[in-house]
Write a protein that binds this ligand. Structure first.
Ligand SMILES: CC(C)(COP(=O)(O)OP(=O)(O)OC[C@H]1O[C@@H](n2cnc3c(N)ncnc32)[C@H](O)[C@@H]1OP(=O)(O)O)[C@@H](O)C(=O)NCCC(=O)NCCS
Length: 207
C-alpha cells in the first residue's frame, strides 16, 4: 500500500512552537509559501470540509465526502489527493481513491480499492472567493499530470451534474453515460479519462 512518504508533491507544513523567538533567518524560513500544491493529509480534513460545507451542503443539503470520509481517504490514499494552498490557506482541492470496476457503483463512494487502476475523483472544489479565476482548471490539470506519474493509475473517473460535463470534457474526460450512483434526488453523468492517451497527446503537442 502506498505511503505518505512516497508523495512526489508532499511538503511538510511548518509549525512554530509558541513563544520561541526566532532569528531573522529562521523567520524567513517559516514564511508561508505564496502558492503551494501538495497532497493533503488527514490534518487538512477540517479545511477541506469547510469548503465543502459552503460549496455543496449550503446548496443541496449534502456533500460528496463528510468529515470522517475525508479523513478516511486522506489516511488510506493521500497520494490521490491534491490541495492548492495560498499563504497556508487551502483554496482548492481534489480527493480521489482507487476503483477496480468498469463503472462506478454506490460502493465506490466510500471505498478505496488499492488494486484498482482507475482513480475515482470524489470531489473537486474551489473556495467560494476564488472561483471563476481559472483555479479549478489549473488544479485539475495538475492533478491529472500527478496521476500520470503513478504507473498503476490508467484512467480517471468521476460523476458530475450535466451542467459541469463541458468543464471536464476540456480535460479529456468523456461521458460514458448516466451514473448508476444517485444521491437523494440528484442524478449524475459518469465521465472517464484515459490518462495514457492524455499523456501522449501532451507529448505530441509539446506541453
Ligand atoms: C466547479 C468548480 C470546481 C470550477 O472551478 P473554478 O475555479 O470556478 O473554474 P475555472 O475558473 O477554472 O473555470 C470556469 C469554468 O468552470 C465551469 N463552471 C464552473 N461552475 C459552473 C457551474 N455552476 N455551472 C456550469 N459551469 C460551471 C464553466 O465551464 C466555467 O467556464 P466559463 O466561465 O467560461 O463558463 C468550482 O466552481 C466549484 O468549486 N464549484 C462548487 C463545487 C462543485 O460543484 N464542484 C464540482 C463537483 S463535480
Amino acid at each position: 500500500m502506498p505511503t505518505q512518504n512516497t508523495h512526489p508533491l508532499k511538503s511538510i507544513p511548518l509549525h512554530l512552537p509558541p513563544g520561541i523567538l526566532d532569528s531573522p533567518s529562521r523567520q524567513r524560513r517559516h514564511t508561508l509559501p505564496a502558492s503551494e500544491f501538495r497532497c493533503l493529509t488527514p490534518e487538512d480534513a477540517p479545511s477541506v470540509f469547510e469548503i465543502e460545507r459552503e460549496a455543496f451542503i449550503s446548496v443541496s443539503g449534502t456533500c460528496p465526502l463528510y468529515l470522517d470520509e475525508i479523513r478516511h481517504f486522506l489516511t488510506l490514499c493521500p497520494e490521490l489527493s491534491l490541495g492548492w494552498f495560498q499563504e497556508g490557506r487551502l483554496v482548492a482541492f481534489i480527493i480521489g481513491s482507487l476503483w477496480d470496476e468498469e463503472r462506478l457503483t454506490q460502493e465506490s463512494l466510500t471505498l478505496h480499492r488499492p488494486g484498482g487502476h482507475m482513480a475515482h475523483l470524489h470531489v473537486l472544489a474551489v473556495h467560494r472567493t476564488f472561483r471563476q479565476q481559472g483555479k479549478g482548471s489549473i488544479l485539475l490539470g495538475r492533478y491529472l499530470q500527478h496521476l500520470g506519474g503513478q504507473p498503476a493509475v490508467r484512467r480517471a473517473v468521476l460523476m458530475c451534474e450535466d451542467v459541469l460535463v463541458p468543464f471536464y470534457e476540456k480535460f479529456g474526460f468523456q461521458a460514458v453515460g448516466p451514473c448508476a450512483v444517485t444521491v437523494g434526488s440528484l442524478a449524475f453523468t459518469e465521465l472517464q479519462c484515459n490518462l495514457r492517451r492524455l499523456a501522449s497527446l501532451r507529448r505530441n503537442s509539446g506541453c
